[in-house]
Design a protein around this ligand. Structure first.
Ligand code: NOJ
Length: 552
């Protein structure tokens, strides 16, 4: 694939025209029957993604790992864990993706390593070890406790005492995931080499884990406490008991990303940060320098209640705050799947598709999480099959991430085409034949067919003259109908609970409507199969339904 190496100011770049697709590798496709997804399995299934119409795949960590956090604890940043295959398998996947016109984004984890990484093994040998300062060590507080009051994202204190050397080390996640010391220039040098290693293998970009946490307050000051911690708090309650003034969103991180921008720019590669911050001002912090990460994920759509006000705010706030570079997503391997959160059933599917339709018109890059295109809700994982370490950490039940990580369902039959093993690493969790790609592909009104039509419409819209560079103009909200104009198109979503009229303002041609099948006529215009002819306003949108109309 030819690489784009330059862009003009204000010109949309390849990622601004792309739709991404997140692959949780363990659960995507298993080629060798061990019950865990792998690179060779992914390569075999890339045709599905090209057929679906996505442009870029993001692959979650596959590096050698003790798997304390299923690969987000890395013991070698420049190799492949045998569970997922070999470096040659990764190369073959990249090559096949490029043949199909798909770009490849790898997940990098620069905030922390595994405690089994050679760097940490050396660092914990003695206080004088040359690698000691590659991690963050401090003496105990005067009472012998942790050096400050920081807690981990997974619950519990962010410090673990090391008996041998008599100091604590810092970890924003599990004790098995010690944080790297980005204040030490040696870390920056080491990471330049890691990034270059993958660029040289043809990778088109990186999803950066824990973008918000890499730089810490130089003095590691305690965070302001909002309320005292007590037993029985889950990990979210613990985290929200502090104002996170000193542990995350520090200005020094911008220097790291500026340096990486210079590193990847000659290859035209893409940097998208995890940016797990839920307010638009913090997203602004990472994205407005414009010479650092190119984009950042916006996670708030994973935390809203479905209401016209909240849906509008979650679409509008980041656009107003940062303009572009927004990674739009509604499900992931860390959060419950969207259709379930939005009410479940056909309504939940329609709302998820409707929200994604709006993502498709806003500046930035919409990302599907594998299985979103099938309208999947979380799989049901029995307590005795729970695997996610966060399920066990705080002792509070039902807080794990297993439900959104159950394996993909490709076709009917034992193992659902995911694996020859009928009972893989996580159970399928109640899936039926109707949840499979093979069955849904034959039904024009299945979630899969509708999502495919949406992605096809998005591609034509984004390629329409002037669209990608055009600004978003929000239209006044009418009842539950949220809408905006961008270029020659109007996007609208009914975020209410009942059907409502949408008035595009002028006769227009629908290019996508979530409850209808369109057919392209000889004149190149798409028309609904059920109602031939251009549509005159008003158009009725069902609850959760969205539409894209061409209205020059
Ligand atoms: C964010 C990842 O998405 C999550 O799965 C992981 O547990 C943490 N970062 C720690 O790496």
């Amino acid at each position: 694939m030819a690489r784009e190496t330059q862009n003009q100011p204000g010109e949309a770049r390849w990622w601004d025209r792309s739709v991404g697709y997140q692959i949780y590798l363990r659960s995507f496709a298993d080629s060798d029957g061990d019950g865990v997804g792998d690179f060779a399995g992914l390569t075999q299934r890339l045709d599905h993604l090209a057929w679906l119409g996505v442009d870029m795949v993001w692959v979650t960590p596959f590096y050698p790992s003790p798997m304390a956090d299923f690969g987000y604890d890395i013991s070698d940043y420049v190799d492949v864990d045998p569970l997922f295959g070999t470096l040659a398998d990764a190369d073959a996947m990249i090559e096949r993706a490029h043949e199909l016109g798909l770009r490849v984004v790898f997940d990098i984890v620069p905030n922390h390593s595994s405690d089994q990484h050679q760097w940490f093994v050396e660092a914990r040998r003695s206080r004088d070890d040359p690698k000691r300062d590659w991690f963050i060590w401090r003496d105990p507080a005067p009472d012998g406790g942790p050096p400050n009051n920081w807690v981990t994202h997974f619950g519990g204190p962010a410090w673990t005492f090391d008996e041998l050397t008599g100091q604590y080390y810092l970890h924003l996640f599990l004790p098995e995931q010690p944080d790297l010391n980005w204040a030490n220039p040696a870390i920056g040098d080491a990471w330049d080499e890691i990034i270059q290693f993958w660029l040289d293998r043809g990778v088109d970009g990186f999803r950066i884990d824990v973008t918000q946490g890499m730089a810490k307050d130089a003095d590691l000051r305690s965070n302001p406490e909002l309320r005292p911690l007590h037993d029985g708090m889950d990990r979210h309650e613990q985290w929200e008991s502090f104002e996170h003034r000193y542990d995350i969103v520090q200005p020094e991180s911008l220097d790291i990303f500026r340096r990486w921008n210079r590193l990847v720019e000659p290859a035209g590669a893409f940097l998208i940060g995890e940016t797990y911050v839920l307010d638009a001002a913090a997203l602004h912090h990472f994205l407005t320098p414009r010479d650092g990460i190119h984009a950042g994920f916006w996670f708030q759509p994973m935390h809203i209640e479905w209401s016209p006000d909240q849906v509008l705010a979650t679409l509008r706030d980041p656009v107003d705050a940062v303009g572009g570079g927004i990674g739009w997503c509604m499900s992931s391997h860390d959060d419950p799947r969207a259709p379930g959160r939005f009410g479940g059933g056909e309504l939940g599917v329609l709302r998820a598709l409707g929200l994604f339709t709006m993502f498709c018109g806003l500046p930035g890059t919409p990302f599907l999480y594998m299985g979103d295109e099938l309208g999947l809700v979380d799989g049901v994982v029995p307590l005795d099959r729970r695997a996610d370490p966060v399920s066990f950490r705080t002792g509070v039940e039902a807080d794990g991430r297993d439900g959104c990580r159950t394996p993909m369902t490709w076709e009917p039959g034992p193992g659902f085409g995911f694996s020859t093993m009928e009972d893989p690493w996580l159970p399928f969790g109640g899936r039926t034949d109707a949840d499979t790609v093979a069955v849904q592909a034959t039904d024009p009104m299945s979630p899969l067919s509708r999502w495919r039509r949406l992605l096809s419409a998005r591609r034509r819209v984004i390629d329409a003259p002037g669209f990608a560079e055009a600004a978003v103009q929000w239209r006044e909200r009418r009842g539950p109908i949220i809408s905006f104009r961008r270029g020659d198109f109007v996007f609208a979503l009914n975020a209410g609970d009942a059907a409502a009229p949408f008035n595009p303002g002028a006769p227009c041609t629908p290019w996508f409507k979530s409850t209808e099948v369109f057919e392209r006529g000889a004149d190149g215009v798409d028309r609904p199969l059920k109602e031939p002819g251009a549509i005159d306003p008003p158009i009725v949108l069902a609850a959760g339904e969205a539409i894209i109309v061409h209205s020059p």
